[in-house]
Ligand binder design. Structure first.
Ligand code: MG
Length: 237
């Protein structure tokens, strides 16, 4: 059996800035902070890490009550910003997920830095949620490598022990996706559909780098072969 673990933002979909807008609205509503945060990177990071940095930046006490208030407010605003922002499912993704969901050799899941409620809100908005039954999320972990380790544990809990996992793939759009895949011994498929240029992602050393996920035949062949359909680190970008 093959397992493919997908990142969300920049890999499956682009929210058009809905996530960032919802975080800014949550800061304003929950803590009265109306200054836009600058210098806090988001791509490839976990929501927990971003929240800790925002709290540190604005001097908000990092306690369970404040974290819960921030996440609740963020998720509520996210429903609105997803509807307002001009996001989109990325090229080839819906058809690829449809193909993979009908292939009994491949199990798909999520490996994302999103808060779990935020992740499911984004997937529901774009009607991609039905393709996924499980995942690992960024609620508790500051480092993406730890989210990847949680994904492995979740896999072990959920999968039939009689079905051995031949290969785990991590599919994402940032160097951090590549790094976390390597941290759990997975193969890594990078896509240049997020904010990072292809040469930056390539430097992280993914097993395969693609422009996007629109060539279903190539993606499925690569997943099943367990190795890139072309030479390693020699994608089409
Ligand atoms: Mg991403």
């Amino acid at each position: 059996m093959i397992v493919a673990l997908f990142d969300i933002d920049g890999t499956l979909l682009n929210t058009g800035g809905a996530g960032q807008a919802a975080m800014e609205a949550a800061l304003a509503e929950a803590f009265g902070i109306r200054v836009r945060p600058h210098g806090i990177p988001t791509a490839g990071r976990t929501d927990r890490a971003i929240t800790e940095d925002l709290f540190g930046h604005f001097g908000i006490p990092d306690c369970p009550g404040n974290r819960r208030l921030f996440v609740d407010t963020y998720v509520r605003h996210l429903q609105r910003t997803l509807a307002e922002c001009r996001g989109a499912v990325l090229p080839g993704v819906r058809d690829l997920l449809e193909t993979l969901s009908g292939d009994g050799r491949i199990v798909i899941g999520l490996l994302t830095g999103n808060y779990s409620r935020g992740a499911w809100a984004k997937l529901r908005h774009f009607r991609l949620d039905a393709y996924f039954a499980f995942g690992a999320f960024g609620d508790e972990h500051r480092h993406r490598d730890d989210v990847a380790r949680e994904a492995r544990r979740e896999l072990a809990r959920r999968l039939d022990p009689d079905r051995s996992v031949r290969t785990v793939w991590v599919i994402g759009d940032t160097p951090a996706d590549v790094t976390c895949g390597r941290a759990i011994g997975a193969r890594t498929m990078a896509v240049a559909t997020g904010v990072f240029p292809a040469d930056v992602i390539r430097a992280a050393g993914p097993d395969v780098l693609l422009d996007d996920l629109s060539d279903h035949a190539r993606v499925v062949r690569t997943l099943l072969d367990g190795h890139p359909s072309h030479a390693p680190r020699d994608g089409c970008c």
